[in-house]
Design a protein around this ligand. Structure first.
Ligand SMILES: Nc1ncnc2c1ncn2[C@@H]1O[C@H](COP(=O)(O)OP(=O)(O)O)[C@@H](O)[C@H]1O
Ligand SMILES: [Mg+2]
Length: 262
């Protein structure tokens, strides 16, 4: 393996058409790249919370999570979504190992405070144990990570998948980090797609309210990983077979926004 890539797959993207199967084709075609997938749950979590009669809100793109909610989030993310993703990759000939942050102590979490506000069992990653990734890299296995993790007192934390992907990227010191989402990059209020996002422009757009909701943790994570050794971060949408391969081949972003420090 001569290159490591951390891929964050958004929940809506997983549910869209054949994205996972096409991604499997790309992974298959890049045998020298060690890929780590971190996934979200998006609308499936919302759907099950509704079925079970749980009301929920978001604060700056993060789900406020009480004790019942975190149980449901874990069932959907580490159970349903994670295993479905593994099954789909396996069927396409990609050796995939589905884990959550709890397995082998991969991700240790602690309570995350949103601007000083307690939003429940929402965690941030305190430590990443990369042993599992080393094992996977040695055997050509793609780890598929649900971001649900343990806290020090055995509590379960719902960690935003963008945040978890960032910590994984930092821990493995990968060159590339790719957020695959349902939008064609970051757009401005006038609808224009930004091909290059710099830290100063990001701050400006978050302050002006042009970047909101689920895009905030993505942008913050992308900026943060650049400060910690990751060379390139991208926020892209899936555009058919070869998307990842073509995107990784160049220094520009073909399918979304490249976040870079200058
Ligand atoms: N400036 C922006 N450019 C693109 N998307 C934005 C922007 N501001 C907010 N968003 C929202 O962020 C969403 C992506 O985040 P999210 O729904 O959490 O996706 P994912 O499941 O991939 O994490 C988009 O669907 C869009 O509604
Ligand atoms: Mg999201």
């Amino acid at each position: 393996m001569n290159r490591t890539v951390v891929i964050k797959l958004g929940g809506a993207t997983i549910e869209r058409g054949r994205v996972v199967e096409e991604l499997a084709g790309d992974l298959h075609d890049m045998p020298s790249v060690f890929s780590i997938i971190v996934h979200g749950g998006g609308s499936e979590i919302g759907r099950y919370l509704k079925i079970l009669g749980k009301k929920f809100t978001f604060v700056k793109g993060l789900r406020v999570t009480d004790e019942d909610t975190v149980e449901i989030v874990e069932m959907v993310l580490s159970g349903k979504m994670n295993k479905q993703l593994v099954a789909r990759l396996q069927r396409c000939g990609v050796k995939a190992l589905g884990v959550s942050g709890k397995d082998m102590g991969l991700l240790r979490a602690k309570k995350y405070m949103q601007d000083g506000e307690d939003i429940g069992f929402v965690g941030e990653i305190a430590e990443v144990d990369t042993t599992l990734f080393d094992m996977c890299a040695a055997y050509g296995v793609v780890p598929v990570v649900s971001p649900i993790s343990f806290g020090d007192n055995g509590e379960t934390f719902n960690v935003n998948a963008d945040h978890a992907a960032l910590d994984v990227a930092r821990a493995v010191a990968c060159d590339d980090m790719v957020f695959i989402s349902d939008v064609e990059g970051i757009y401005r209020a006038n609808g224009e797609i930004i091909r290059h996002l710099t830290p100063s422009l990001a701050d400006q757009l978050m302050a002006s309210g042009e970047i909101t909701g689920g895009m905030i943790p993505k942008v913050i994570s992308a900026l943060d990983c650049l400060e910690h050794g990751v060379k390139r971060a991208r926020i892209i949408t899936w555009k058919g077979p070869g998307t990842l391969q073509k995107e990784l081949a160049g220094d520009e972003s073909l399918f979304g926004t490249l976040v870079s420090s200058e």
